[in-house]
Design a protein around this ligand. Structure first.
Ligand code: AMP
Ligand code: ZN
Length: 486
């Protein structure tokens, strides 16, 4: 069964055919690196990772491009307020460049923790200022721009179908939505280049034909997708919030410059929601991967939770649901490890004797066909997981179940073959000390963190810090008395 994907442009499920045989160009709007990513942002990247894996399952070679927005994303969609990077700099006292560096590294650590496949290309907006200026220059020559006191704007009245992706009404506005106009001619017009205030210098600014300043947010995606894919490529993704403004504006720019609507398919992941404000970065106290790790949750359990909801339905986050995902993932890991053939993963009953024969077992063709059909039906992962559990509970030989799950995991990305049960039981007092040390580190209480490291060492345990959390290891033969934990 061939792949069908829901396209926001046509609002239909369409059979997927690539523009160039066997190859797929995929562009995903990346993070704005003025703060950590929250787990809602990361739900969108999990959806995009599943899409990429589904394309590869169907035999396509995917060129996957993800941008890093390290400049020019204003606090409001109406092109007012501060650049988010400069705002982050004021909040932390670091330079805008240091902030971008730090949160890009943190984002990539989250990316790895969720077992997302590395994109073919990461591209930063600040490395492509020249391309963005050239793009704006072309728009200006074609008569799509005008200048105000604070920048160069795109004139959306020049396009009859502006906002078609979002089905904006003829005045270019969604019913009931009020948008400030300021010096702009239409509320939907948007900044291509913002000028630095004449009397002050910004940390991130560049010379341009219009004066010193910085690019608007939307232009980087039009410029970099054209450069790394082409002005007409297969699939463009993002979260649903991008439909009305960011993606509508990317399309407007590319259509004006190249006459294409950028991508053949437009796909959008729906939001992860929370009852409280904890999802908004602006609240200053939001949920991120580290928050989950500090609670003893494996990031891959969050990945599993994302797979339990279809990407086009809202997922309401609760810790109960996350804990349930962790329990289910643990059950899956243990079942898989019990079918081990390499003697490493342990519990497999009598599997070692015919390890060679088992390692060559074929996946079950019927199960693979059922699983692939669900994936190919617009990435129906909740139903694909149901097929997985039917398989786990089936009475097929263990080696066949294992080989079949290996095939499924190329799409699920749960890293089942890499998981090892804890072979060493960590005594509770050791775990408590290590958790306290982790808390001390988060609070930057280095003296307390060093004291706890020494206490662990005296009890015969070493602690290694990891990008997310820590790992404990025993010093062979050196185990001391267990510490008394109050
Ligand atoms: P940003 O870093 O704000 O540019 O967002 C990065 C990605 O996360 C974009 O694709 C957004 O559409 C997406 N996004 C933002 N908030 C959420 C949310 N609550 N749930 C899912 N995706 C989100
Ligand atoms: Zn974008």
């Amino acid at each position: 069964m061939s792949l069908a994907l829901y396209d926001t442009w046509s609002r239909t499920l369409r059979p997927f055919t690539p523009i160039h045989p066997d190859h797929v160009g995929l562009y995903c709007c990346g993070p704005t690196v003025y703060d950590y990513a929250h787990i809602g942002n990361l739900r969108t990247y999990v959806f995009e990772d599943i899409l990429r894996r589904a394309l590869e399952l169907n035999g396509y070679i995917v060129r996957h491009v993800v941008n890093i927005t390290d400049v020019g994303h204003l606090v409001s969609d109406a092109d007012e307020g501060e650049d988010k990077m400069e705002k982050g700099s004021r909040r932390t006292g670091e330079s805008a460049w240091q902030i971008a560096e730090r949160y890009t590294a943190a984002f990539r650590a989250d990316w790895r923790a969720l077992n997302l496949l590395e994109p073919s290309i990461w591209c930063r907006a600040t490395d492509h200022i020249g391309e963005q200026i050239a793009f704006i220059d072309t728009l200006e020559r074609k008569g799509y721009t005008y200048q105000t006191a604070d920048g160069v704007y795109f004139d959306t009245s020049r396009q009859d179908d502006y906002g078609y992706l979002a089905r904006l009404d003829s005045s270019g506005l969604q019913a009931g939505k009020r948008v400030a106009v300021g010096d702009k001619r239409q509320a939907t017009d948007f900044a291509l280049w913002k000028l630095s205030p004449p009397d002050s210098r910004r940390q991130m600014e560049w010379d341009s034909p219009w004066g010193r300043g910085f690019p608007g947010w939307h232009i980087e995606c039009s410029a970099m997708s054209a450069q790394y894919l082409s002005p007409w490529f297969d699939i463009h993704c993002g979260g649903e919030d991008h439909i009305a403004v960011h993606h509508s504006n990317e399309i407007a720019q590319t259509q004006a410059c190249y006459g294409t609507r950028l991508a053949n398919f437009w796909m959008h992941g729906h939001f992860l929601t929370l009852d409280t404000a904890k999802m908004a970065k602006s609240s200053g106290d939001f949920l991120r991967i580290q928050t989950l790790i500090d609670r003893g949750i494996d990031p891959l359990a969050y990945r599993y939770l994302c797979l339990t909801a279809h990407y086009r339905s809202t997922l309401r986050f609760t810790y109960d649901a996350l804990d349930a995902a962790q329990t289910t993932l643990d059950r899956l890991r243990k079942a898989y490890a019990s079918w081990a053939v390499d003697g490493m993963a342990g519990a497999g009953a009598g599997a070692d004797a015919d390890a060679d024969a088992d390692a060559d077992a074929d996946a079950d063709a019927d199960f693979v066909a059922r699983f692939n059909a669900e994936v190919n039906q617009d990435l129906n992962l909740p139903r694909a997981l149901a097929v997985l559990w039917d398989l786990v509970k089936s009475d097929l030989p263990e080696a066949v179940r294992r080989a079949t799950v290996d095939r499924f995991d190329t799409v699920l990305g749960l890293g089942l073959a890499d998981w090892r049960p804890d072979r060493v039981e960590i005594p509770v007092p050791i775990k408590v000390l290590a958790d306290r040390r982790q808390e001390a580190r988060i609070a930057k209480d280095w003296a307390e963190s060093d004291r706890l490291r020494e206490a662990l060492k005296a009890a015969g345990w070493g602690v290694e810090d990891q990008p997310h959390g820590y790992r404990l290891h025993e010093y062979p033969g050196k185990t001391g008395p267990l510490p008394h934990v109050m």
